[in-house]
Design a protein around this ligand. Structure first.
Ligand code: ADP
Length: 543
């Protein structure tokens, strides 16, 4: 027997329509790429979303077509999210920091029909002008006054194409399983792989994001997503904010500590989200400039592991809760959030921090297991570690037009293999030991590079740290610690190594410390270990 409830489709249109109807006067504020602060409301945005959909239709975009963006977090990008998906087309965000060859591959693999590009990234596209998909039109995200001279043939201005269009668009009634957006994960090897989200997966993911044990986005919040809209849809925050009716604050191209701090303060942000490298910059700036952020309640940090020292800096110096979360492009991205449970609420901070430094507990909708040899599920005892495997309604079931990428990506029970090695404890907290390919195998034991890095950045004179395995005759591999010193500091190697005493097993302590001016990073801000291993290939460890 079937239930008698309405079969309402979970669509992205319904998110923005809800925001307009019940939170129409709530603000969306942008530091525009052109410079000035742009300010309007959800109600205003919807009028421009309608105009944009008409303009897209005029450019020949129909259901299922892909529309690319190379763009910062701005109101125009927000409008694209809703106009493109709302009309049944697919909003394809591209990370402009990828290599030119990767961007060319992604544009052609997706077969983008129209490419929207911010002023900052016009040169990126100009360098690829001969390699754009055949017939693709380019729209520069600005007005006629700011249009640059460009070699891109037939480039249009965003404001010009929408200017004369009507605000009302006849939004189609979409099936909730219709594809809505596309994001390529920046694999460090091989071609990028496309993850194709649906309206349904996006709405369900937004609910999890708004849930109290998710990111708790609500109508009381003013949210500044520092995480770019080209990185897993800014972790889905533009959708979740529309669902909650939260104020949105977009930083545009101003991603440095000073610009972000200014915007957080001026717009009264209650919540922000981004990767640890961005927060390290912000924390340094806040300290230097003595900026206060009294309204900031919480900061979500993910993408790479959060060191305990960063959680403490936020709480002691800024007065904001620092919440560790984990996810991946394939998961829309939210998987786990490190929030304590009722049974822990009375415990001392020194006890709860043991849980809060972990990647966290799964939100409902994400099922996970750790798999040992032969795929056997391992105990949730906080010690056993294996490959983390996940499944759920906002987790990809296969890559976009890429059968090769699907091979080996799933286990026999249909779980996605994350490539992360982790533990799960008795309270359900997952902790990542390492990326499977980064873990250091020494004399039959596994050494977690993440654990060592997090301890090393606890040293006041260390700005950034990476640990890689160096080939070793006897042990197979031994850890080398590579350090970027804090500005103007020259810490002593022994002083740094002393940090590990009593905190990790003796065999885990790095054999040597090297200092560099900077570490290589991926396009999404993670340390690029493949490059670092190349840089230190043949390195000889002491004695
Ligand atoms: P990319 O496009 O660089 O692959 P993703 O965001 O999809 O970007 O990367 C997902 C991976 O990032 C995860 O599988 C995990 O290895 C790493 N990651 C994400 N969040 C965390 C975290 N909180 N701690 C440690 N690693 C993380």
């Amino acid at each position: 027997m079937l239930g008698k409830m309405m079969d309402t489709q979970l669509t992205i249109n319904s998110l923005i329509e809800f925001a307009v109807k019940f939170h129409g006067s709530t603000e969306i504020v942008t530091r525009s790429v052109e410079g000035p602060i742009h300010r309007y409301t959800y109600a205003d945005s919807y009028k421009r979303i309608g105009k944009l959909a008409h303009a897209l239709a005029g450019l020949g975009v129909g259901e299922g077509d892909r529309v690319a963006t190379l763009a910062w977090n701005t109101n125009r990008h927000f409008e694209l999210y809703f106009a493109v998906s709302g009309m049944g087309a697919i909003c394809h965000t591209i990370n402009p920091r990828l290599f030119a060859d990767q961007i060319a591959y992604i544009l052609n693999h997706a077969g983008d029909k129209v490419i929207f590009v911010d002023l900052t990234f016009v040169p990126v596209l100009e360098a690829l002008v001969d390699r754009l998909p055949v017939g693709a039109r380019v729209v520069i995200m600005t007005d006629a006054e700011h249009m640059p001279e460009t070699q891109i043939p037939g480039a249009l201005a965003f404001e010009d194409i929408i200017g004369a269009e009507a605000e009302d668009y006849p939004w189609p009634a979409l099936d909730e399983n219709t594809a809505s957006s596309l994001c390529y994960s920046s694999g460090t090897t091989g071609n990028p792989k496309g993850v194709l989200y649906s309206h349904r997966s996006t709405v369900l993911h937004s609910w999890a994001t708004c849930a109290a044990d998710g990111l708790a986005v609500s109508a009381r919040d003013a949210v500044l997503p520092v995480v770019p809209m080209f990185h897993v849809n800014a972790w889905g925050l533009p959708y979740a904010c529309a669902m909650a009716g939260a104020k949105l604050i977009f930083p545009g191209a101003g991603m440095d500590g000073k610009s972000v701090a200014e915007l957080l303060a001026d717009e009264g942000a209650t919540m922000s989200a981004g990767v640890p490298t961005i927060w390290a910059m912000l924390l340094a700036h806040l300290k230097e400039a003595g900026v206060q952020l009294p309204k900031l309640e919480r900061v979500i940090v993910g993408g790479s592991a959060v060191p305990q020292s960063m959680i403490e800096a936020f709480e002691n110096d800024v007065g904001a809760e620092c919440i560790h979360a984990w996810g991946m492009t394939e998961m829309s991205p939210l998987g786990t959030v490190a929030r304590i449970k009722n049974s822990m609420t009375g415990a001392a901070p020194s006890e709860t921090i043991q849980y809060r430094v972990k990647q966290g507990r799964p939100v409902y909708g994400v099922d996970m297991k750790i798999a040992g040899d032969g795929g056997k599920p391992l105990d949730h005892d906080g010690d056993a570690f294996g490959e983390l495997c996940v499944r759920g309604p906002w987790i990809t079931g296969g890559y976009f037009e890429d059968d090769d990428a699907d091979k080996g990506a799933f286990d026999d029970d249909g779980y996605l293999r994350t490539g992360d090695v982790s533990t799960i404890d008795a309270e359900g907290f997952m902790q990542i030991v390492d990326r499977a390919k980064d873990v250091i195998k020494s004399g039959g034991e596994w050494i977690s590079s993440i654990e060592l890095e997090n301890l090393a950045v606890g040293h006041a004179d260390v700005a950034e740290a990476a640990v890689i395995g160096i080939e070793h005759d006897k042990w197979g591999e031994r850890p080398l610690l590579v350090i970027v010193p804090a500005k103007g500091k020259a810490p002593a190697p022994d002083d740094i190594l002393a940090l590990f005493d009593g905190k990790v097993a003796k065999m885990c302590i790095p054999d040597a410390v090297e200092f560099v001016d900077e570490l290589p990073h991926t396009a999404t801000g993670k340390i690029l270990k493949t490059k670092l291993r190349e840089d230190f290939k043949g390195y000889s460890l002491p004695g």
